[in-house]
Design a protein around this ligand. Structure first.
Ligand code: PLP
Length: 409
């Protein structure tokens, strides 16, 4: 199957109960009864498949998980209440006090906040400007257990060379390579196939598409060899082979910590996933056309988009991303005042701190997302006073170009 066919048909058959419904219905129920005591006992002891309690599993959520797993070519997927819950749950599943994380400095602000929250528990994080083998070589120690990076940095818009980092980390051994694939989605990059061990998604963004539900998903390649010396907390789970992490996330982390996805939100994301291919195609081509048009307009100091030959990441992006360069671009306008004026004059772009909606969104990162970030960290992340971030939607691109032209004038 090719991509758009897979979105509708791969590991998905609508209603399991065989009513013929084209979508898995919303099982808006907390618990699932069983006909016999033996039946429930078997489910609780992992001897039979089935549902007991929605915190651990739910048919609507499972249907969404399977579709994400199919798209990323994984061994299994677990959905969570948010993208942040997915990253938190992963850290809690595999790390112990004394372990270290190495992450690229430009990762999502919430992720940086989470890594700081882990410090009192003895888990520390070192940052590299760019996640390249050269820079990792200087940051990795004997204690490094996770390397965490985003496929497309935001708002720097640098593109991760997944195969290069993957082969470097395989030589090192015992380091889990985690890639946040939120901004590319499996439509543009199947990061597990490219060599990542784990794919993380904030499915609140492009997967959902319409900005109507928060959710997160972790997809495991199943390829990582869990060494119990390096990962002592995986000792009881290693026996599940390629399903070790997925089993632990469901049977231990979801069970005990409980950041489960609601059936309603899983349903909304399952609707979103069906048009993901079409939306990405349109949003990426709109972003490229808008970026090229903005390059020609007066008053703009710099247009940054991985699909422009002027981007330092154009070559990497062309190699790693298939069928488009993502739908986020940034522009610089000389001053904060000018940047604010452009936001205020635009008719279509919504002034909002989100990405991946079908609507075009715009934000001034320095005064919002980075309002409480020290200047030095902003410089590292490429956030200047005159920077605007645009998440390009599915509108007719002629209208978007015309709107930016009038706002700049
Ligand atoms: C939004 C986002 C997250 C966090 O996801 P939530 O669903 O908002 O919790 C993580 N990573 C990236 C790249 C994001 O854009």
């Amino acid at each position: 199957m090719k991509t758009n066919t897979r979105l509708l048909h791969d590991r998905f058959d609508g209603d399991k109960a065989d009513t013929g419904a084209t979508l898995t219905p919303i099982y808006q129920t907390s618990a699932f009864g069983n006909a016999t005591a033996e039946g429930l006992e078997a489910i609780f002891n992992n001897r039979a498949a089935g549902y007991a309690y929605t915190r651990i599993g739910n048919p609507t959520v499972a249907s969404f998980e399977q579709r994400m797993n199919a798209l990323e070519n994984g061994s299994g997927a677990v959905a969570f209440a948010s993208g942040m819950a997915a990253i938190t749950s992963l850290c809690l599943a595999v790390l112990s006090a004394g372990d270290e994380i190495v992450a690229s400095a430009g990762v999502f602000g919430g992720t940086i906040g989470l890594f700081a929250d882990l410090e009192p528990f003895g888990i520390t994080t070192r940052y590299v400007d760019a996640c390249t083998p050269e820079q990792l070589e200087r940051a990795i120690t004997e204690k490094t257990r996770i390397v965490f990076a985003e496929i497309i940095g935001n708002p720097k818009l640098d593109v991760l060379d997944v195969p290069a980092v993957s082969s470097y980390l395989k030589q090192k051994g015992n380091i889990l390579f985690v890639v946040d694939n939120t901004l590319a989605t499996p439509i543009l990059a199947q990061v597990l196939t490219l060599g990542a061990d784990i794919a993380i998604h904030s499915s609140s963004k492009y997967i959902n598409g319409s900005g109507n539900a928060i959710s997160g998903v972790l997809v495991d390649s199943g390829n990582f060899q869990w060494d119990v010396q390096a990962f002592p907390v995986m000792k009881d789970w290693k026996k599940f082979g390629p399903y070790a992490l997925i089993c632990k996330l469901r049977q231990k982390v979801l069970m005990d910590m409980g950041a489960c996805l609601s059936p309603m939100n899983a349903f909304l994301n399952s609707i979103g996933i069906e048009t993901l291919g079409l939306r990405m195609e349109r949003q990426c081509s709109n972003a490229l056309a808008l970026a090229k048009a903005l390059e020609q307009m007066d008053g703009i100091v710099l247009v940054n988009y991985p699909g422009l030959a002027s981007s330092p990441w154009y070559e990497t992006a062309s190699r790693i991303l298939q069928g488009g360069y993502g739908a986020i671009l940034t522009i610089r306008l000389e001053s904060r005042e000018k940047a604010f004026q452009v936001i205020n004059r635009l008719q279509y772009a919504v002034n909002i701190t989100n990405v991946g909606d079908i609507r075009t969104l715009i934000v001034h990162p320095r005064s919002t997302i980075y309002a409480h970030t020290p200047e030095e960290a902003c410089v590292h992340a490429g956030v200047t006073e005159d920077l605007l971030r645009i998440s390009v939607g599915i509108e007719d691109v002629e209208d978007l170009i015309q709107d930016f032209a009038q706002a700049l004038q």
